[in-house]
Write a new protein. Structure first.
Length: 114
């Protein structure tokens, strides 16, 4: 089972960048498709993007061209590089195995504000 631990969030100004990390324990990481999600206050958790075991990616339209997902199988870690951040990117960010709705981590808070 995937057990993720997210980190790297913080407060950033509009237009700024952040890189989130998600360390995964308890499984053979390289065999899992991994996804990032986010949940803004008062809203449901939304899918942000996916990285497949082969390294290909896809993204929600709202972040396409600004966010990049990568993975390091040797470190059992998936990353989310976020550029050109907007206020509407403010949320708690989570990672998890694609399609799994359990074993969520604590997430990491990203706040975009001037």
């Amino acid at each position: 089972q995937v057990q993720p631990v997210e980190s790297g969030g913080g407060l950033v100004q509009p237009g700024g960048s952040l890189r989130l990390s998600c360390a995964v324990s308890g499984s053979i990481f390289r065999f899992y498709h991994m996804a990032w999600y986010r949940q803004a206050p008062g809203k449901q958790r939304d899918w942000v993007g996916t990285i497949f075991t082969g390294g290909s990616t896809n993204y929600a339209d709202s972040v396409k061209g600004r966010f990049t997902i990568s993975r390091d199988n040797a470190k059992s870690t998936v990353y989310l590089q976020m550029n050109s951040l907007k206020a509407e990117d403010t949320a708690v960010y989570y990672c998890n195995e694609l399609g799994r709705d359990s074993n969520w981590g604590q997430g990491t808070q990203v706040t975009v504000s001037s």
